[in-house]
Ligand binder design. Structure first.
Ligand code: SF4
Length: 324
C-alpha cells in the first residue's frame, strides 16, 4: 500500500440523527445523535478498525456508509463516486462493490432457505450468469471459505456458528466486492473459532485486495486485523491512528481506558492506567463540552464547556482532547 494511493472509501463529516417523535401529531421533540461528524478514509487492501463501547454509534456508521440507512448530512464516496444522494435505483449497480457481514450468523441467515441459495441469491438478484454458472460459482465460494460444496444443500441450523459465519462471508464475496463492512463478525463466536474466521478474512483481503471497515468492541481482535484504527465515543471519533502507534501509546483518555480493560496475558501483571467506569451516556442528551468528561479521570473545568476538536498531533495521527 502506498501513501499516495487514492482511498477506496472516503467519508466526510458524516451525521446520522434519528428523530424522536411524540404525541398525536408525531412532533419531533429531539434527536438521537448516533453519528455526529465522522470522517475517515480506507485504502484499497486496507482494514480500518472502528472501536468503541456498545452504543457509541459504530454500527450506525457501517450501515450509513453502505447507504442501508440514509445519512442526515456529510458525504460518502466509494471508488471516487459520491453515493450520498443516489437514489435506490442508481445505487443498485454500486451495491455489487460493497457488502456487509453481520455479527450474528443465526439471525442474518434465513432458516428456511438452503445455504447454497443464500450464498447464490446476490448473483440471482444481479442477473449474473445462468443457473449452472451460479451453482458453480457458489461451489467455488464454499470451497474458498472452508466449506464443502456438498453442504450447499443443507439448512443454516445444520451448521455451527463458525460455519454459519463462513456462509455469510461467502455470500458477501459472491459479487466480488471491493469493500466489506464487517460488523462485530466474530463477537458471537467461541474464542477458538474467532481466530479462524479472522484469519480467513485476512487471507481473503490479501488475495482480493479487499478493503474492510472492521467494527468491534474487542480491541484484541481489532489489533490483530487492522492497519489503522478509529476510536469512537458517543457519535464522534476521538482518536485516529495507525495500529502500532495506537496500541503502543494511546493518546486519548478513552482509548487508554479501553486498552486498560483488555485482559493481560499474565494475571500477576497489573495495569497502571485508569479503566473506564460507568456506561456510555445517552446520545439523546450528550454531556456538554467533551462528551467523555463525566468519565474522564483527567477532566478539567474547560472540558465541561468546550468540545475538543479532532486535530493532527503527528503524521496520520489525530486526537480530540484538550490535554493531549
Ligand atoms: Fe478528558 Fe478533557 Fe481530554 Fe475530554 S478533553 S478526554 S474530558 S482531558
Amino acid at each position: 500500500m502506498t501513501m499516495d494511493q487514492k482511498p477506496l472509501v472516503e467519508v466526510t463529516a458524516l451525521r446520522k440523527f434519528f428523530p424522536i417523535k411524540k404525541g398525536l401529531l408525531r412532533r419531533t421533540i429531539g434527536n438521537v445523535r448516533a453519528v455526529d461528524g465522522v470522517s475517515f478514509s480506507i485504502n484499497q487492501g486496507e482494514t480500518l478498525g472502528l472501536v468503541g463501547e456498545s452504543g457509541c454509534g459504530k454500527s450506525t456508521v457501517g450501515r450509513v456508509v453502505l447507504r442501508l440507512i440514509d445519512p442526515s448530512a456529510g458525504s460518502i464516496k466509494i471508488g471516487g463516486t459520491d453515493i450520498t444522494g443516489l437514489s435506490r435505483q442508481d445505487l443498485r449497480p454500486l451495491r455489487r462493490q460493497m457488502q456487509i457481514v453481520f455479527q450474528d450468523p443465526f439471525s442474518s441467515l434465513n432458516p428456511r432457505i438452503k445455504v447454497g441459495e443464500i450464498v447464490g441469491e446476490p448473483l440471482k438478484v444481479h442477473n449474473v450468469g445462468n443457473k449452472k454458472d451460479r451453482a458453480e460459482r457458489v461451489a467455488q465460494l464454499f470451497q474458498r471459505v472452508g466449506l464443502r460444496p456438498d453442504q450447499m444443500n443443507n439448512y443454516p441450523h445444520q451448521f455451527s456458528g463458525g460455519q454459519r459465519q463462513r456462509v455469510s462471508i461467502a455470500r458477501a464475496l459472491a459479487l466480488d466486492p471491493g469493500f466489506i463492512v464487517a460488523d462485530e463478525p466474530v463477537s458471537a463466536l467461541d474464542v477458538s473459532i474467532q481466530a479462524q474466521v479472522i484469519n480467513l478474512l485476512m487471507d481473503l483481503q490479501r488475495e482480493r485486495q479487499l478493503s474492510y471497515l472492521f467494527i468491534s468492541h474487542n480491541l484484541a481482535v481489532v489489533e490483530h486485523i487492522s492497519h489503522r484504527v478509529a476510536v469512537m465515543y458517543l457519535g464522534r471519533i476521538v482518536e485516529y491512528a495507525d495500529k502500532t502507534s495506537l496500541f503502543a501509546k494511546p493518546l486519548h483518555p478513552y482509548t487508554e481506558a479501553l486498552l486498560a480493560a483488555v485482559p493481560l496475558p499474565d494475571p500477576s501483571l497489573k495495569r497502571t492506567k485508569h479503566r473506564v467506569e460507568g456506561d456510555v451516556p445517552s446520545p439523546i442528551n450528550p454531556p456538554s463540552g467533551c462528551h467523555f468528561h463525566p468519565r474522564c479521570p483527567y477532566a478539567e473545568a474547560r472540558c465541561k464547556v468546550e468540545a475538543p476538536v479532532l486535530r493532527d498531533v503527528a503524521p496520520g495521527r489525530q486526537v480530540a482532547c484538550h490535554l493531549r
